[in-house]
Design a protein around this ligand. Structure first.
Ligand SMILES: [Zn+2]
Length: 194
């Protein structure tokens, strides 16, 4: 009978059964080699390398040499950069359960989302600082206004240039445009320093 379980899966299984505990190499290696032999009849090759590889992939936290830990919350963050339930709750609470743009909350009948200020695909992390509460409507707008990022960046460059050249009319124009971005909460992750 063929058992398709892989060496990596056996290693993962042990750490997942023992979450949030510092585990030394020999402990997991002994278990994994026995278990692998039992289930597949084969010899587990180089389990130490397997453990190091899991740490490199962000599945395990290296506590110190030869000691590793599995923290489910850390794995979720690392793999997806999604906010955990706990983080979402803290961000919503910090923002007083209101959309940071329009101020509407559940009492006003809107659905609230926790949004990455700097988007995930641009390297935005699942940290409290990078989270904000948005209503469904503003979350939708933000996601669909990516193309305006280029425009905002251009106006920021133009603003800097006008400032350096002391060009008042151009400076006023850029200020108006950039204030409009701010007023509508568009592309807030691109910072405009006055
Ligand atoms: Zn809103």
């Amino acid at each position: 009978m063929e058992n398709k379980i892989s060496q990596m899966e056996v290693l993962k299984e042990y750490f997942m059964k023992n979450p949030n505990r510092d585990i030394s190499h020999p402990e997991v290696v002994d278990w994994a080699t026995n278990e692998y032999k039992k289930r597949t009849g084969k010899v587990f090759r180089d389990p130490d390398r397997g453990i190091r590889s899991l740490a490199q992939k962000g599945f395990l936290i290296k506590v110190k040499k030869g000691i590793y830990k599995y923290d489910p919350e850390y794995v979720n963050n690392r793999e997806l950069e999604d906010f955990t339930k706990k983080q979402k709750e803290r961000i919503l609470k910090r923002d007083k359960y209101r959309c940071v743009i329009c101020g509407k909350g559940r009492k006003d009948g809107v659905e609230l989302h926790v949004d990455h200020i700097k988007p995930k695909d641009l390297g935005g992390e699942a940290t409290l600082e990078n989270g904000q509460t948005l209503c469904a409507q503003h979350n939708f707008m933000k996601k669909n206004l990516k193309q305006t990022e280029t425009g905002k960046k251009m106006f920021i460059r133009l603003y800097e240039l006008a400032k350096a050249e002391n060009n008042k009319p151009l400076l006023d124009f850029c200020t108006d445009v950039l204030e409009t971005f701010e007023k509508h909460g568009i592309n807030g992750h691109i910072e405009w320093k006055r």
